[in-house]
Design a binder for this molecule. Structure first.
Ligand SMILES: CC(C)(COP(=O)(O)OP(=O)(O)OC[C@H]1O[C@@H](n2cnc3c(N)ncnc32)[C@H](O)[C@@H]1OP(=O)(O)O)[C@@H](O)C(=O)NCCC(=O)NCCS
Length: 144
């Protein structure tokens, strides 16, 4: 299992995985948003970045993150916003490898912390619980 930064050639497999991710959340997005997300993920000047998991030459999963400033630390904070592995390739360690790679990168680069949110009942928590204990914060979100 190789985890590496996404590159322009990953556009087609990433798009298929992204559509699977949107389907998982029963969500539809305008194509322009998807394309903007991809462009920002590849743009080194953007705080958005993408890492892909590759197995036998196939891109089977991705993680999209946003590096942002924080008031409680001078070091950058990493929000892991999206994580998805092709259903046919699950259970083989790609999800774990993606998170491991982001944590390693963060240690190397001196980030303050890596965090993510998920639904209370997401079965993926079986994986997440290996990394940390979930805290008791709840999220308030207002659509504008
Ligand atoms: C979460 C996700 C990325 C994990 O990918 P993965 O490649 O299957 O993860 P791993 O193979 O590294 O999993 C490690 C362990 O966690 C378990 N696990 C991970 N995701 C799981 C899930 N969705 N359901 C049940 N178990 C899961 C695996 O079975 C494995 O356990 P095992 O070693 O005892 O067999 C993948 O399940 C997925 O894309 N889910 C749908 C989208 C999603 O929920 N994204 C996260 C939103 S916050």
């Amino acid at each position: 299992m190789l985890v590496r930064p996404a590159c322009p050639e990953d556009h087609t497999p990433w798009s298929d995985l992204w559509q699977g991710y949107l389907d998982f959340y029963h969500c539809e997005l305008p194509e322009s948003v998807t394309e903007s997300t991809w462009e920002r993920a590849l743009n080194p000047a953007s705080p958005v970045f993408c890492r892909v998991a590759e197995k036998e030459g196939q891109v089977i999963g991705f993680a999209l993150c946003i590096l942002h400033e924080g008031t409680w630390s001078t070091a950058p904070v990493c929000y892991l916003e999206d994580l998805f592995v092709d259903p046919a390739a699950r259970g083989a360690g790609a999800g774990q490898a993606l998170i491991d790679a982001i944590l390693e990168e963060g240690k190397r680069e001196g980030w303050s912390n890596v965090y993510w949110v998920t639904r209370q009942d997401n079965p993926a928590r079986k994986l997440y619980d290996r990394f940390a204990q979930a805290d008791d914060y709840v999220r308030y979100r207002i659509s504008l």
